[in-house]
Design a protein around this ligand. Structure first.
Ligand SMILES: [Fe+2]
Ligand SMILES: [Fe+2]
Length: 470
């Protein structure tokens, strides 16, 4: 068990107290973080009392300590999963050698780039979601939003710790830059496109947490395999928090489906216009949102054929999620059959790892779809929700800019342009979804377009006042 000194400014299990240089760097950065949080974090709710989970240590009791706090007073800490004794590199050309406790000089800039790219997504998502509190469907949902926001803030801390502790002056500069870029900013946008997309309604939030936080899970899992042990341990602990973000997405969409089915039964039709008139999200519109966020998130895995991912794997920097499930951990002798617009291509396996990861991600995405489709089937309706093809609407890799429909079929450019509005939300669809977003803050009450959750947080009732607004 790791102990925490509550008197410390920054709760941690990295022995900050004995490392003066690091402590000074982090204490210097902290006021900038708080400034960023107040300016770019959840708008208008900084004085609310929120029932939040805080990590105070990494053991079973401490990682989820519940209590009421005002968000700016949240104890953003630095926690690494416990060190595994004699951990060895689990893949790549240096497999079997001891893992690294320091950054090898030859991998310094690549590792820094990997950490900065991951770190950039964390505050980006807080910025994307900052206005959602004004249209929350319930106090329960509002609390979940804020829980995700403070944890993404902690994930930023986790990456900044690595930059400060292992990358000297460039690390400190990168840490400042993480607060200087902003989601959607014309001059200084966030690094990855998906994290510059606005999230202005709760249906988008649920899709984002379902698809984009799940990309986060896959990235963290592959970095958790890293031979750079502090990175591995940091990511392993972040994964425990990430699970809740995906839970919010999966149950959020499930509750939308449930409410829509209730309305469809009440009015005796699945006619989208009538479902909308009755104040629910019609399933075809939900499908468009799924198509949008899934395809956007698929780009985050990078190009199908990538020499960077090959080098990162061969050098032991970034593995495959759950590396131990595979037989071959070196991959110098295997190949992968890839479909590109030019036809099937045989690619060295090392160069195909982004695609391998994308495929296992899509399998993971199917789980929720099955659950929602069972709900629809049980209600006696024939529509089924689906995931778009990984070729649809890609902006990176072999399929970038190709006119492909959600089933993966190639069309003419004209057909594609004409039909795109049937596949992803149009302005009118977004306007309709926005029109549903009315703030509900009476404890236990839900907006009309979403069903209540099955249970509350930490065994509390759904009616609990999770956010006290004053
Ligand atoms: Fe995160
Ligand atoms: Fe997350």
């Amino acid at each position: 068990m790791s102990s925490v000194n509550y008197a410390e400014k920054i709760p941690n299990n990295v022995n900050l107290v004995s490392d003066r240089t690091l402590q000074r760097a982090l204490e210097h950065w902290q006021p900038h973080f708080i400034e960023w949080w107040k300016g770019m974090g959840p708008s208008d709710f900084q004085s609310a009392d929120v029932y939040l989970r805080t990590a105070t240590s990494v053991d079973a009791q401490g990682w989820a300590t519940y209590g009421t706090v005002k968000m700016p007073d949240y104890r953003w800490g630095i926690f690494l999963a416990d060190q595994q004794a004699e951990r060895k590199i689990g893949f790549g050309d240096q497999m079997g050698q001891p893992v690294w406790q320091q950054v090898p000089g030859e991998y310094r800039s690549t590792l820094r780039r990997l950490i900065v790219t991951q770190g950039d997504t964390e505050p980006a998502s807080v910025e994307q979601q900052r206005l959602l509190g004004h249209t929350c469907p319930s106090l329960y949902d509002l609390r979940n939003l804020f829980q995700i926001n403070v944890e993404e803030g902690r994930h930023l801390w986790a990456m900044v710790y690595l930059l400060h502790a292992y990358f000297g002056r460039d690390g400190r500069e990168e840490a400042e830059e993480l607060l200087a870029r902003h989601s959607g900013d014309a001059d200084k946008p966030r690094i990855l496109t998906t994290f510059n997309e606005p999230i202005s309604d709760w249906l988008s939030l649920y899709c984002f947490t379902y698809f984009t936080d799940r990309d986060g899970k896959y990235q963290l899992k592959s970095l958790a395999e890293s031979a750079f042990d502090p990175l591995s341990r940091t990511c392993r602990f972040m994964l425990t928090e990430e699970a809740h973000h995906m839970f919010v997405g999966e149950t959020g969409i499930g509750r939308v489906v449930k409410r829509t089915l209730e309305v469809m039964k009440e009015i005796g039709t699945d006619d989208p216009a009538k479902v909308r008139a009755a104040g629910a999200v019609d399933l075809p519109t939900l499908q468009k949102y799924l198509n949008f966020w899934c395809s956007s998130s698929l780009d985050l895995f990078g190009s199908e054929i990538s020499s960077n991912s090959a080098a990162n794997f061969a050098n032991g920097l970034k593995g495959r999620p759950d590396e131990t499930q595979y037989q071959d951990h070196v991959l110098r002798a295997s190949s992968f059959k890839m479909m590109t617009p030019a036809g099937a291509e045989e690619v060295p396996m090392l160069n195909a790892l982004n695609e391998v990861m994308r495929e296992s991600y899509l399998k993971d995405c199917e789980i929720g779809l099955k659950r929602w489709n069972r709900q629809i089937e049980r209600a006696g309706f024939s529509l089924r929700l689906t995931l778009p093809s990984s070729r649809f609407r890609r902006t990176i890799g072999a399929w970038a800019g190709q006119p492909v429909d959600p089933e993966g079929h190639m069309l003419s450019k004209e057909d594609y342009e004409r039909k795109l509005g049937q596949w992803i939300p149009t302005e009118a669809d977004r306007a309709f979804v926005h029109s549903l977003m009315q703030k509900v803050t009476e404890p236990g009450k839900m907006a009309a377009w979403i069903a209540p959750p099955e249970r509350g947080i930490n065994n509390l009732p759904v009616e609990y006042e999770y956010v006290k607004l004053h």
